[in-house]
Design a protein around this ligand. Structure first.
Ligand SMILES: Cc1cc2nc3c(=O)[nH]c(=O)nc-3n(C[C@H](O)[C@H](O)[C@H](O)COP(=O)(O)O)c2cc1C
Length: 206
């Protein structure tokens, strides 16, 4: 039976969305069954309307289903992605995380592989702190944290971030993700799925 991987993310202007697609493709390349899901938008319509790139992206991903707690329960490994917001995850992704109290309490998030990806505008604008903040959440959930490390074919070409794929967008909106970051995301997704499969006995013992 194929390993079940959830890739859940929030993106306002498309950078994190593209990393999510790469992570999902990487997991799929190992034979995993993947659900690509997005955190629902929380911002008021006026805010979205005032930013053409945000509005265009929201319309472009209308067919991507919203993530639900059941997606986490279903999964054997999950990857969470977010743009940085002052060095921390976006409220939209945090709202998803904060809605998982009942699943956490029942141990339904534990003993699953977990990884994170991010985009900040600046190279030193909060990529690492945002990834490490998500690792804090994973510790509470009892997940098995899967960092990217320096394990992809050419990690230094994608910023050399061992915590997870982190793309400094420079504030670009919906421009194509550079190939190096696509490759980093794919490698991260493949590694997540491999670890999720390897730790299956942990979940069987639960
Ligand atoms: C409210 C807000 C806070 C942000 N905080 C930071 C920050 O602390 N550091 C940074 O480099 N970029 C920051 N950004 C920029 C975004 O993280 C960045 O543009 C990212 O690439 C957007 O990803 P997306 O296209 O997937 O939405 C912020 C953007 C917003 C709207």
């Amino acid at each position: 039976m194929s390993t079940k991987i959830l890739v859940a993310y929030y993106s306002s202007t498309g950078n994190v969305h593209q990393i999510a697609q790469a992570v999902a493709a990487g997991a799929e390349s190992t034979g995993a069954e993947v659900r690509l899901r997005r955190a629902p938008e929380l911002a008021p319509a006026e805010a979205v309307e005032s930013n053409p790139a945000w509005k265009a992206h929201l319309e472009a991903v209308a067919d991507v289903p919203d993530v639900t707690p059941d997606d986490f329960v279903w999964s054997e490994g999950y990857a969470l992605g977010t743009p940085t917001r002052y060095g921390t995850p976006s409220a939209q992704l945090k709202q998803v995380i904060d809605g998982l109290g009942p699943q956490w309490q029942q141990g339904l998030l534990a003993n699953k592989a977990a990884t994170a990806f991010v985009s900040a505008s600046n190279a030193h604008g909060g990529n690492e702190s945002t990834l490490l903040t998500l690792n804090n959440v994973y510790a509470h959930w009892g997940a098995i944290i899967v960092p990217s490390g320096y394990t992809s074919a050419n990690p230094y070409a994608a910023g050399g971030n061992p915590y997870g794929t982190g793309y400094a967008s420079g504030g670009a909106t919906d421009t194509p993700l550079p190939d190096e970051y696509v490759e980093a995301g794919k490698a991260q997704g493949a590694r997540l799925a491999q670890v999720a499969r390897l730790i299956a006995p942990l979940r069987a013992d639960r």
